[in-house]
Design a protein around this ligand. Structure first.
Ligand code: TRP
Length: 329
């Protein structure tokens, strides 16, 4: 069976974009492949989060994954720092990662530009640790967004290089995975761009009904179509994209017709959109609340997940040490 690994940094809460872009597909995928889902808390340390909030962030995402339907009986779900074997693999891989290629990584250059006062070594070796995450389980597929493709490219390069240097056929060339179809990209509510956590344009899975209504009613639109069958402006196209994800096809068709005949009332459109978003989010939010207040359950899930992930990690490390010449006495 193919192995799939997905990682998410433990910063902030998940939004509708995460849900429709990835999470919802993970829930289906977990039955078709051997899936590893992990929360990258080591990675999040590169930007120095408040230590008093790190654990809470990890717990939030864990609860959200479980609430969305990731089943710990089916998939392996774990916290990166519970499997410190990844740090050893990262160290071993770093021996064949060249400083020059790491410095040329777009995400690193971006961080250097934005935070010149915090150019730490962890940021430079971020792609090595990410490669270690992936190669630790010799994952065939990695579902990632566009912004992570370069990191995955580096992972493949490190894998190829390792195989070549040691004359083995050990690491697979992990490829991006898009669930066999075009990914749904959920735009933000502020008129342009995709939904994100930093932009303040998103609906979070833990938002209350009231908060969702407020956010949707404030969504950017335009002054309305002036002639029949005119194309959508970007903000209105975005609203319809979200509606496509959450509303009944007949509802979407109804509002598109209203738009085409210049009879659309954005207030009515937004009211409907808010209710349809609530229909998706409210049950998930309720499960998030129940799960995140059940520390015993969460403890069981991560303990079990870590044990499964460590078994897989130990196998890989035993092989890699052997291949690199570290033999037991
Ligand atoms: N870098 C990824 C992100 O920022 C998170 C991540 C860390 C990851 N390790 C990974 C994703 C391994 C996929 C596989 O989104």
């Amino acid at each position: 069976m193919k192995r799939v690994l997905s990682g998410i940094r433990s910063t902030g809460q998940l939004h509708l974009g995460n849900y429709f872009g990835a999470l919802k597909n993970f829930v289906t995928m977990q039955h078709d492949a051997e899936c590893f889902f992990f929360i990258a808390d080591y990675h999040s340390l590169t930007t120095h989060p408040d230590p008093t909030r790190l654990h809470g962030n990890v717990k939030q995402i864990l609860s959200e994954y479980l609430a969305a339907g990731i089943d710990p009986q089916v998939a392996t779900i774990y916290i990166q720092s519970d499997v410190p074997q990844v740090a050893e693999l990262s160290l071993l891989l770093s021996m064949h990662a060249y400083v020059g290629e790491l410095e040329r990584t777009a995400s690193f250059k971006d961080k250097v530009r934005k935070n010149p006062e915090n150019v730490n070594a962890g940021l430079l070796t971020y792609p090595v640790l990410m490669a270690a995450d992936i190669l630790l389980h010799r994952a065939d597929y990695v579902p990632v967004g566009k912004d992570q493709e370069q990191h995955l490219e580096l992972t493949r390069r490190f894998a190829r290089r390792f195989n070549q240097i040691y004359g083995v056929d050990y690491f697979p060339e992990s490829v991006p995975y898009n669930f066999g179809r075009e990914l749904v990209k959920i735009p933000g509510l502020d008129g342009t761009g995709k939904m994100g956590k930093s932009e303040g344009n998103g609906i979070f899975l833990s938002d209350s009904d009231e908060v969702i209504r407020k956010k949707v009613m404030k969504a950017v639109t335009d002054s309305g179509p002036t002639e029949p069958n005119s194309p959508f402006s970007e903000p209105v196209a975005n609203i319809f994209t979200i509606m496509d994800a959450v509303s009944e096809p007949s509802t979407v068709a109804y509002f598109k017709e209203k738009y085409a005949s210049c009879e659309i009332r954005y207030g009515e459109l937004k009211k409907q959109l808010a209710e349809d978003i609530i229909r998706t989010v409210a049950p998930i939010r309720e499960r998030i609340e129940a799960i995140s207040s059940n520390d015993k359950y969460l403890h069981e899930v991560v303990t079990d997940g870590a044990a499964k992930a460590r078994r897989s990690a130990d196998r890989t490390l035993a092989d890699v040490r052997e291949i690199m010449g570290i033999h037991p006495f």
